[in-house]
Design a protein around this ligand. Structure first.
Ligand code: ADP
Length: 370
C-alpha cells in the first residue's frame, strides 16, 4: 500500500548526471511518499547507484533538483552535506569499522551526535534486539558471518532514526538461502517501523519482496514506475518484460487492432495485450511478443484445441529440446519450426524430440513495437 500523506518525503526533479561524455542519468523525476518502500531495479550500468549516491549526497548532480520534505538538498549549485540530510545508507559491502565491535559500530552515529551514554546504550540495545543481535555486542566484524554483518549495518543505519533509509544492493554478498530470509525480514521490519526506504537492486525477486512501488530503470531513465503487480502484469517495454521474467520471444508483424491486438509470427496469429504507453505498434510494422515460461501450459495430446481457442487463448507448437528437473517442477526448452526457443514449466518430464502443443493466454502475452 502506498500511504497517501499529501507531501512526498523525497522529490527528484529532472535529475541529470554525466561522467565525461557519458550520460548516466538523463533527466529523472520521481517522488517517494512517507513510509513508502521503493525498489529501484534495472540491469547493471543503468544508473541505479548513481541515483542513490546523488540522493545520499555522495556526489553532485549536473542538473535538476533533489528535495527532502520540500527542502532542496541538492542542485548543481547547492549541496547539503550527507550528514545533514537525515539519510542513512546500507552498503553492499556492509562498510563496518573492522576495529570497532558490534556495539561500537552501531553506537557510532549516536556518539557523533553526542547522545548521553545511558540513552545511547538503550538505543543500541533496542536496535540490536530488532535485528536479533543480542549477545554479539563485543564481537568484531571479522568474527561475524556475512548475514550477521549485514544485520549490524542495518542496525547502525536504523539507530539514528533517519528520515530516509537507502539500501544499495544490501543482500548481494549473501548466499541464496540467507538472501531469501533477509529480504523477508527487512521487508517486515521496515514496514513495522514505518521506515521510508529507497532500495536499489538488480535482483527482481528482492525488489518484489521489498517494494510498495518498483522503479524500473533503463539507460539512465525511468522505464516504468508502478506497483509490483502492475509492472509484472503489464511491463511497459520489452526490456522491462525481459527483466521481469518474460524471456520467451516471438518476432513478427503487428496484425491486430487496438481492441484486438495480435502478432503474425511463425506460430500464426497470436493475440496478446498492448503494454507500451504511447505504443509504437503499426499495422504490419515489426513487432515482438514476450511471455513468461509460467504463462505456457502444456496441452495433453488428446485435448480439445477448439475449446481452448474459444477461451481467448493461443496454441503454440514446438519440439522438445531439453527437459530438466528444477526441484519443484520440470523446466523444458522447446523449439518452434522456425527455431525460436521457448521455455515452459511442467509437472512431469517431457521427452526430448517430442512434438508438443502449448496454451498461451492472451492476457499473459505482451506486445511491443520494434
Ligand atoms: P548501476 O548501479 O545501475 O549498475 P551505475 O550508476 O553504477 O549503474 O553506473 C551507470 C553508468 O555510469 C555505468 O555505465 C558506469 O560505468 C558509469 N559510471 C558510474 N560511475 C562512474 C564514474 N565514477 N566514472 C565514470 N563512469 C561511471
Amino acid at each position: 500500500m502506498v500511504p497517501v500523506t499529501g507531501k512526498p518525503l523525497l522529490e527528484v526533479r529532472n535529475l541529470q548526471k554525466s561522467y565525461g561524455d557519458y550520460k548516466a542519468l538523463t533527466g529523472l523525476s520521481l517522488e517517494l511518499q512517507e513510509g513508502e518502500i521503493i525498489s529501484v531495479l534495472g540491469p547493471s550500468g543503468c544508473g541505479k547507484s548513481t541515483l542513490l549516491h546523488l540522493v545520499a549526497g555522495l556526489s553532485r548532480p549536473d542538473g535538476g533538483e533533489i528535495l527532502l520534505h520540500g527542502q532542496t538538498i541538492a542542485t548543481a549549485a547547492k549541496m547539503l552535506p550527507p550528514e545533514k540530510r537525515g539519510i542513512n545508507m546500507v552498503f553492499q559491502d556492509y562498510a563496518l569499522w573492522p576495529h570497532l565491535n558490534v556495539f561500537e559500530n552501531v553506537a557510532y552515529g549516536l556518539k557523533e551526535k553526542r547522545m548521553p551514554a545511558q540513552q545511547m546504550k538503550d538505543k543500541v540495545a533496542g536496535a540490536l534486539a530488532l535485528l536479533q543481535l543480542e549477545g554479539f555486542e563485543r564481537r568484531l566484524p571479522p568474527q561475524l558471518s556475512g548475514g550477521q554483518q549485514q544485520r549490524v549495518a542495518i542496525a547502525r543505519a536504523l539507530v539514528t532514526e533517519p528520515r530516509l533509509m537507502l539500501l544499495d544492493e544490501p543482500l548481494s554478498n549473501l548466499d541464496m538461502r540467507l538472501r531469501v530470509e533477509m529480504r523477508t525480514e527487512m521487508s517486515v521490519l521496515f514496514r513495522r517501523l514505518r521506515m521510508s526506504v529507497f532500495h536499489v537492486t538488480h535482483d527482481p525477486e528482492e525488489a518484489f519482496a521489498m517494494a510498495d512501488r518498483l522503479l524500473l530503470m533503463r539507460s539512465g531513465a525511468i522505464d516504468q514506475f508502478d506497483t509490483p503487480f502492475a509492472c509484472y502484469h503489464k511491463p511497459a517495454s520489452r526490456q522491462a518484460a525481459s527483466l521481469l521474467g518474460a524471456i520467451n520471444v516471438l518476432k513478427g508483424q503487428f496484425a491486430g487492432t487496438a481492441e484486438d491486438p495480435a502478432i503474425a509470427c511463425s506460430a500464426g496469429r497470436i493475440s496478446g495485450i498492448l503494454c507500451e504507453p504511447g505504443g509504437r505498434l503499426q499495422v504490419n510494422g515489426p513487432a515482438e511478443l514476450r511471455f513468461r515460461p509460467e504463462a505456457l501450459a502444456l496441452l495433453q495430446e488428446n485435448s480439445d484445441i477448439a475449446g481452448e481457442r474459444d477461451r481467448k487463448t493461443n496454441i503454440l507448437e514446438a519440439r522438445v529440446v531439453h527437459c530438466v528437473f528444477e526441484g519443484t517442477r520440470w523446466r523444458t526448452l522447446a523449439e518452434t519450426a522456425r527455431g525460436e526457443r521457448l521455455y515452459l514449466f511442467s509437472e512431469d518430464y517431457v521427452e526430448t524430440d517430442k512434438d508438443i502443443r502449448m496454451v498461451l493466454p492472451s492476457h499473459a502475452a505482451y506486445l511491443y513495437g520494434l
